[in-house]
Design a protein around this ligand. Structure first.
Ligand code: PBG
Length: 349
């Protein structure tokens, strides 16, 4: 026997060759369990006040603040990319201590929903239900001992008041439903928000409008670019008394269970990349619930920045990240990459 010849008897590995599974492109595609589809994706839109506005957001290349009169072209592009749904965030002209612009009949989101439903009745319209973009202090609710709320001595000044905020959230959800929203998505992490919103919707005969609860929302540095984009950074303090601590995982199960009990139709984990374990745990623990992962602004901007520098291949990176979120157990993904992915998937057909 020549010395070059493989001597099978000398093999010291277990003799199964896993590489057979990966031998050809065809085999690899047969064995894929996870396939990203445009119908998994939800496309965020930042709706701005003003006319003829389409301004790129500096910290989120490829994302724009768009005025209501320019929504037509955006919606057409989203349809052409094969995406079934949008989630709306508003940048109002005026802010006040109560965030009253959030439930105004002719508020920015209310106008946007009506416009989108005119252009594209089939598009699923999801709305963010929170006060942070509408309050002058930038908090997600009424704040203790400011002009927005009478002081409560039992709580620190600056505290985001829970029960006082709930009524506003109910009002916002109903005003979105009245304009034709299909799903309302409360993002403020107030206790009892799903119950309040469900009751308010039902009381106004919007029992068909669904609730996508931001159930497991961590207090995260990855929201940085969004706060620029939506002009919703808190003017003082932070969101750590309502958003979750990222060093904690037990509370997530309790948060999700409460939202299910309160009538949520969808659960969400946010952000996604550093929280795949939480996606997997919610998927296992609440398998009957549709689960949404929010691939947030900072996660998007990191990829864009590295791609601009030529350090990462954008398309391959995005497919890997989003596929990982689905593999972890997400059914749906809110992502700023949605339009690009929809277009890429069409090119690959
Ligand atoms: C609050 C809200 C935020 C995001 C979605 N809804 C900001 C926050 O909680 O501070 C973040 C989304 C992102 O970073 O992409 N209305």
């Amino acid at each position: 026997m020549s010395t070059n010849e493989v001597n099978n008897d000398d093999r010291n590995w277990s003799d199964f060759r896993t590489r057979r599974w990966r031998h050809s492109r065809g085999l690899r595609s047969m064995l894929q369990q996870i396939r990203l589809d445009a119908t998994d994706l939800i496309c965020p839109i930042f709706v701005s006040h003003g006319e003829n506005v389409r301004v790129e957001i500096p910290s989120m290349p490829g994302q724009f603040q768009i005025s209501v009169d320019r929504l037509g072209e955006e919606i057409k592009e989203i349809e052409q990319a094969g995406l079934p749904a949008v989630i709306l965030f508003g940048i109002p002209e005026h802010k006040d201590a109560q965030g009253s612009g959030a439930w105004h009949d002719n508020g920015i989101i209310q106008q946007a929903i009506r416009r989108i439903k005119e252009i594209s009745p089939e598009m699923v319209v999801i709305t963010d239900v929170c006060l942070c973009e509408y309050t002058d202090h930038g908090h997600c609710g009424l704040v203790n001992e400011t002009a927005s709320a009478a002081g409560r001595e039992s709580l620190p000044a600056g505290y985001v008041l829970n029960d006082e905020t709930l009524a506003s959230l109910g009002q916002i959800a109903v005003s979105h439903a009245r304009c034709g929203a299909d799903i309302v998505a409360p993002s403020g992490m107030m206790d009892g928000m799903v119950t309040t919103i469900r009751r308010s919707l039902d009381a106004h005969q919007y029992e068909h409008v669904a609730i996508m609860a931001y159930s497991v929302k961590y207090s995260s540095a990855f929201y940085g670019p969004f706060r620029d984009a939506a002009d919703g950074a808190p003017q003082f303090g932070d969101r750590k008394t309502h958003q979750m601590d990222f060093a904690e995982s037990r509370q997530a199960m309790r948060e999700a269970r409460l939202d299910v009990q309160q009538g949520a139709d969808f659960l969400m984990v946010k952000p996604a990349m550093a929280y795949l374990d939480m996606i997997a745990r919610l998927h296992a623990g609440f398998s009957e619930m549709p689960l949404v992962a929010y691939n947030v602004s900072g996660e998007y901007s990191m990829v864009k920045a590295a791609a601009e520098k030529g350090w990462l291949n954008e398309r391959e990176t995005v497919f890997e990240l989003l596929t990982g979120m689905k593999r972890a157990g997400a059914d749906l993904i809110i992502t700023y990459h949605a339009k690009d992915v929809g277009k890429w998937l069409k090119q690959m057909d």
